[in-house]
Design a binder for this molecule. Structure first.
Ligand code: ADP
Ligand code: MG
Length: 320
């Protein structure tokens, strides 16, 4: 049986890139790019609450890092390094191998080396917390408070698939193997557009990654920017996995469903061409889904007119 140090050495100790002091000392070291600001974020994933106990550990390792890269992208920052705090009920070599492979594969793609962490035992189940460190040029971070009336609202990727997959897995929708197969990757292996997010720094105004539902997350931009957000229902990019579902369910999945890990951002209408060109360059699917207005709150315009967006059921850990 591996002890704590053997476990770290076997699964999490990879050679650090040049210029980094990685796993093995009391702290990791690297030199920030001179003049850039440090961007940092941490997320916590708890077994049974954020992931199913039997989820594929390779995909879990991917997602644990992906949700953090999503935060960096939403700030306009580029990844520099990450740290992993891991709590396990027991040492399961196959699980650890797959988990670390999933995480390292994305870490390598993102140039976000794992430089340290902490490992403990937790009888209650697996707990994963990744901290990411990134950097952004001063004055270029995409703040939630930076939207202006008249801005376009943009969204990468599509909406609703992760929510439908979750409903199917939880038995809240009748079993549908084909639809589950179509929607499940969105839930279990999200690919946030973190490089595109960094490329938007200095070009876009406000940004947020959609983790708790579009209406709720866009509501954070609206509130922080003292504006209203008007969404056009017809412009929302629904996932093909929603085809054939009742309209009410599509609306709920698209506007309230969480775990999207796509980027919602605002930018001046004069930047439309540059933004579309940038999305093409990064091979990111991009939709213009509405505009910021004077006022407050989030609204959706459809055939019936302009109505407040549903936020009921948007994810809130401490919600009733
Ligand atoms: P400390 O006693 O300072 O907390 P540890 O003995 O916990 O140090 O860790 C030894 C080294 O291994 C440190 O460099 C730490 O950052 C690293 N480490 C521990 N757990 C992990 C992990 N899950 N992933 C990556 N590095 C880890
Ligand atoms: Mg420690």
């Amino acid at each position: 049986m591996l002890n704590e140090f053997g476990l770290i050495k076997q699964y999490f100790d990879r050679p650090a890139p040049d210029g980094y002091l990685g796993v093995g000392d009391d702290c990791a070291l690297f030199t920030p790019t001179p003049g850039w600001q440090l961007a940092s974020s941490v997320d916590l994933l708890i077994e049974g609450q954020h992931f199913f106990p039997d989820v594929d550990p390779f995909l879990l390792g991917h997602k644990a890092l992906a949700v953090n890269l999503s935060d960096l992208g939403a700030m306009g920052a580029r990844p520099r390094a990450c740290l992993l705090a891991l709590s396990l009920p027991s040492v399961q070599p196959d699980w650890l191998r797959a988990f670390s492979q999933g995480m390292f594969q994305l870490a390598e793609q993102a140039c976000c080396p794992l430089i340290g962490g902490d490992t403990t035992r937790s009888p209650q189940g697996v707990v994963i917390s990744i901290t990411v460190l990134g950097e952004v040029r001063p004055g270029q971070a995409l703040l939630r408070s930076a939207a202006q009336p008249g801005d376009d609202i943009w969204l990468t990727g599509t909406l609703g698939a992760a929510d439908i997959a979750l409903r199917l897995l939880q038995g809240r929708l009748p079993a549908d193997t084909q639809r589950l197969a179509q929607c499940r990757p969105a839930l279990e292996q999200p690919w946030p557009p973190y490089r595109f997010g960094h490329a938007l720094a200095g070009l876009a105004h406000a940004a947020i990654d959609v983790s708790d539902g579009l209406a709720q997350d866009l509501g954070h931009i609206a509130a922080a920017s003292c504006c209203a957000a008007h969404l056009e229902w017809d412009a929302l990019p629904l996932s093909p996995g929603l085809a054939g579902l009742p309209q009410d369910l599509c609306r709920q999945a698209a506007l309230v469903g969480g775990d999207v890990f796509q980027l919602c951002f605002t930018a001046a209408a004069g930047q439309r061409d540059s933004i579309l060109e940038l999305a093409r360059h990064h091979q990111v699917q991009l939709s213009r889904i509405g505009s910021m207005q004077v006022g407050q709150g989030v609204y959706v315009r459809d055939a019936q007119g302009l109505q407040p967006a549903p936020v009921q059921g948007g994810f809130d850990h401490f919600g009733a």
